[in-house]
Design a protein around this ligand. Structure first.
Ligand code: ARG
Length: 564
């Protein structure tokens, strides 16, 4: 049984039912410091009904309560403090973890319900930015967390591969492009063309007009336009897939914006039939004044569609195809207004399932305090940063453990894991500064720090060379540091749910740091391998710790090497 329940029942009995079990459970607290006990009941609320000072009530309750299930129950001022039976609690949790293994904390809350996750979504012919990295790793982690809770995540890469910018790019290619140069170095060359033609289009309306016309041709199925566009897309994807390979992230679907090019008429017609489309200077808009939003521009004067038109078709397609219970969009906070408009238009059209669409925004990454912008050609080459992280990890491993067998593989796990972990430990809505030194450090609140704690446990277990046998084990927890670990281990299932409810992998990353810190404290105080009566208990405790650390890292998409 869960401790809160245990405490509430004991209290309710001692109060002769003056407060119900649920009422009590709702006001039970965690004491500020753990030497005050594990759970505390504040007696203030009872003061009025019982017409006594809370201190006196607490003292009487502590006296009267049946303390047999606890180590002790004491009154401290106006609180009744409960100390859990450490051995019994530890035994329950550790048994559960060592039996369930990586499935500890699994639930079937989702009952198999589909959750499409719109993630990564870089734009073809442009560099994969740090923002796309955030979307990729946050989306991937949320998918793993939701899967653990029994949902069916569907990871969709909504590539930015449609729109007027590709018309402009075709214009640039026709004017200045060279096939061989582009093939040799696609993203860089296409970006150059893009930057150049944007500058020109600003100066010269004729260039802009030409770009507009090429996009119109694309939308009308013109063969040449589509052939060039498809080539841009293919060469870009070769580069993106290389990055996904390095990140170890896969997708269930690549369905970019172009996938919806023949699915937009239906939703536009639908809006038309529902009398939601209004003409404004020749363009078609949906008025969103009652949502306190600017009107959504659905079609331009020349009939060209927009980003939101494609997202409308996408949302409907996802509902029809996956009948989702939730539909997530992991996209930077700068698009908040776009997703508000998107949901509002669907709501206006009577699609109540739009309430199940959730924009999961995230903050901006800076480097040296400056923001990145791909447009001006001021780009961080994410791939280079990942490679650099791996190199730095390898250097550290060389210093610490020069004879490590699979050094290269571990360096990859540590380097890439470090970048991912740093991103994920940040509260999603906050940004952070991209600082490789800090990310890859083995000290501080980093991925390598957590990985190292896990690897250290594995090495202790190898040294012990003694199977953890739970069958006849009477678990003993006598060190305060061990009890801290047990409490963290117990919290893990609740932590996973909290992360899911808030779409917030940082909850798990922060938890992993705390658990690793608790282990390191324990390890500094207790000689785990010393041959005494508690040896088996200690091995069971650290083995359970390793299991949970590894599973927490897995939920973040970070590997846990056995040795590093
Ligand atoms: N390609 C867009 C960008 O890089 C992100 C697309 C997000 N997904 C969506 N359904 N709008 O900004």
């Amino acid at each position: 049984m869960d401790e809160k329940q245990l405490v509430s029942q004991a209290l309710s009995a001692a109060l002769d039912g003056a407060l119900g079990v649920d009422q009590i459970a709702a006001i039970i607290e965690k004491p500020k410091s753990s030497d005050l006990g594990d759970l505390a009941f504040p007696a203030f609320q009872l003061a009025k009904t019982l017409r006594k000072a809370p201190q006196a009530i607490a003292a009487e309750l502590a006296e009267k309560i049946d303390a047999s299930g606890f180590e002790k129950v004491v009154a401290v001022g106006p609180y009744v403090n409960f100390f859990l039976d450490k051995n019994a609690t530890a035994s329950g949790v550790i048994h559960e973890i060592l039996t369930a293994g990586e499935h500890y904390g699994d639930e079937n809350i989702g009952a198999g319900g589909n959750v499409p996750i719109d993630m990564s979504a870089p734009n073809i012919a442009k560099p994969f930015s740090i923002g796309h990295l955030r979307s990729t790793v946050i989306g991937d982690s949320i998918a793993k967390i939701y899967e653990k809770l029994g949902y069916q995540p569907i990871k969709i890469n909504h590539l930015g591969d449609w729109g007027k910018q590709f018309g402009l790019l075709i214009t640039a290619y026709k004017k200045y492009g060279d096939e061989a140069t582009i093939t040799a170095n696609p993203i860089d060359e296409l970006l150059k063309l893009y930057v150049q033609i944007n500058a020109e289009a600003k100066e010269d309306p004729a260039v802009d007009e030409e770009g507009r016309e090429w996009f119109l041709k694309m939308e009308q199925g013109d063969e040449e336009a589509l052939r060039i566009w498809k080539w841009f897309s293919d060469v870009s994807l070769i580069e993106f897939n290389r990055i996904y390979g390095k990140l170890g992230v896969t997708f269930d679907h690549f369905m970019g914006e172009s996938f919806y090019s023949d699915k937009m008429d239906a939703i536009v017609e639908d809006l038309e039939n529902k009398n939601l489309l209004h003409e404004s200077k020749g363009a078609l808009i949906v008025d969103l004044e009652k949502y306190n939003l600017n009107p959504a521009l659905i079609k331009k004067t020349d009939g060209a569609t927009l980003y939101i038109t494609r997202d409308l078709a996408t949302a409907v397609y996802r509902k029809n195809t996956f009948n989702f219970v939730k539909s997530l969009y992991v996209v930077g906070g700068e698009q908040t207004n776009h997703f508000k408009q998107l949901k509002a238009v669907l709501k206006e059209a009577g699609y109540d399932w739009s309430d199940d669409m959730v924009h999961v925004p995230f903050g901006m990454v800076t480097q040296g305090g400056k923001k990145f912008s791909t447009r001006k050609g001021h780009v961080v080459k994410l791939e280079m940063a990942l490679d650099e992280a791996v190199e730095r990890a390898e250097k550290q491993i060389d210093e610490k453990n020069p004879n490590l067998a699979n050094k290269e593989e571990v360096a990859k796990q540590v380097g890439v894991g470090a970048v991912k972990f740093y991103d994920l430990k940040t509260d999603r809505n906050n940004g952070y500064d991209f600082d490789l030194d800090e990310m890859v450090s083995f000290e501080g609140e980093t991925g390598p720090y957590v990985q190292y704690a896990h690897a250290r446990i594995q090495s202790i277990l190898r040294k012990a060379n003694r199977p953890v046998n739970l069958d006849n084990l009477e678990l003993k927890i006598s060190d305060a540091e061990a009890w801290e670990i047990v409490k963290y281990l117990k919290d893990f299932p609740m932590i996973v749910k909290r992360a899911a409810d808030n779409y917030e992998p940082s909850v798990i990353a922060k938890y992993a740091i705390s658990l690793a810190q608790a282990f390191n404290k324990y390890y500094a105080h207790v000689r785990v391998l010393e041959d005494n009566a508690e040896l088996d208990s200690r091995l069971a405790l650290i083995s359970a710790t390793a299991t949970v650390l590894k599973e927490a890292l897995r939920l973040l998409g970070v590997a846990a090497p056995e040795n590093m």
